[in-house]
Design a protein around this ligand. Sequence first.
Ligand code: IVH
Length: 623
Amino acid sequence: MPTPQQRIRTLVQTLNRYAHEYYTLDAPSVPDAEYDRLYRELEALEAEYPQFRLPESPTQRVGGAVLDGFETVVHTVPMLSLNNAFSPRDDETGAFDHAEFLAFDERVCKELGVVQVEYAAEPKFDGLAVSLLYQNGILVQAATRGDGTTGENVTENIKTVRNIPLKLHGEKQPALLEVRGEVLMLKADFAALNQRQLEAGQKPFANPRNAAAGSLRQLDSKITAQRKLHFFAYGIAQLAGAERLPESHMEELALLHELGFSLPEGYFGAYTGAAAVLREYERLAEHRPRLPYEIDGMVVKVNSLAEQQQLGFVSRAPRWAIAQKFPAEEALTTVEAIDVQVGRTGAVTPVARLAPVFVGGVTVTNATLHNQDEVARKDVRVGDTVVVRRAGDVIPEVVRVLLERRPMVEKQPALGGDLFSGSLEPLHEPFKLPETCPVCGSAIEREAGEAVARCTGGMLCQAQRAQGLIHFASRKAMDIAGLGDKQIEALVAADVLHSFADIYQLDIAKLQTIKDSKSAATKWAQNILDSIAQSRTPPLARFLFALGIRHVGESTAKQLAAAFGNLDTVRRAPEPILACLPDIGSVVAHAIAHYFRQPAQQKMLDDLLQHVAPQAAAPSPQT
Ligand code: IVH
């Protein structure tokens, strides 16, 4: 029988290993419930024997006392900035112009007296820089960059970041280690946070960087603990008492990884010569929209630490590194028309049709204007010259209007007034949402307090029907390969598809109505029918997501499936019970209960269940 102190030690070690597998390696070895069980045991033991509590205990990650303000920390090694190199793209061909990086490389080669240099390259994370201090393996202090010389002490907040080790891994701990890296919020966690902000009637964050900064600079670390932050290490500022000292940047990263830190897997490496670096830059630029975190360029560092030392610093930046920024994803173009689009939930979105423009690697012809208030706020009109922005893989948006370029005409003289008054007025009127749906003619209504206006046509509206069906068949929902946007829109327009159940009554003849050449069509239609057949036994979570219930995204659908196990129970779940699930607030609970109460939805579901059998999920013990 271990003593309480021994048991606490074992629990802390085991839990920290599980957390590392989960948060850093993305490879959990035990179910969440097992982690929770051990965690509760540790909590109880620590409450009984506070004298045995360890600084690296996972219970230290939940946040502590509320501070009056942050103390300042003087950085022993200053936190410098990087010089930038830009690689503008050619407007027509899209080819990068790397002149600035090539000039950097030339300077480095000349200074070192070599013809080719080995570089290390990694993403330029778009978060905020922090410095972590470990003494004898224990995290003792964390500070923001501040002005580079002094920063703020954010130790309590940093302890809540799950992929930062509270104790370094491995047998032999260095006496002193100062790690530099970036705290950020993953795109998915940012989207979920903003969704929660909106539901709570609070202002959403503008981007993941602001969300990360706002979360890290909370005086109440319990709030930080609820925000999912993430840390990537990118360098060592101090190291003493280590078994072996790294000789290159890549060796530093390898050591950091061994000690338990996350690295941007698949996106860091050593490259010899400028050409190899540039190939990596172009690969990273292409992958950028698919990365789970935001980056704004690639940082290129001379790999050898000896060579870094030889190159030294100028003013506030190293001469051995450069931030090779990605080209601005903004461009100027003109608005040719403003249309409205009707989405799956009937939401009516104004869309600017643009003169084609090349932004950050793709040609953009449409940009969302979000809603009537946004159009009014930005005062976007037909004929305007506008700035469009493409951020990551989201839909391009109109940032602002260049009012000085707005087309103007002479003011019409008032009846009986001067023939020529000399004053000008805009050629086009301000945009106003139509009062009826351009697709089905039903009234467009906007509820008090809501930003979006909606078409009231429901499933009568061809646009809503098509969007609902497209969502239903999409990859993350029922995953019906071959039945994409184009096919569904055509089948809806041909009056073949009206409901989810209709998908399961498609046959070769019906499918062929939307394909003109009959010979090639048979194989194509058979493939679609095969994928439809395969979709008949979906996991419950996918099925719930596919229904397109308002506010029910993938993660809420998973929660519902895990909590209730089968569709029948979800259908009958009372609103107050739904609202008790973690991450499901009253708004979402109401939307779910409301959905299943509608007689039209009940009939639709019963029809659909004639063809589809959602697979029960094992109820999760945590929920
Ligand atoms: S190295 C002495 N590596 O960029 C140079 N910085 O402009 C130390 N940043 O404040 C910086 N990703 O917040 C480095 N892979 C990376 C980075 C990175 C993002 C940020 C960092 C710094 C700023 C410098």
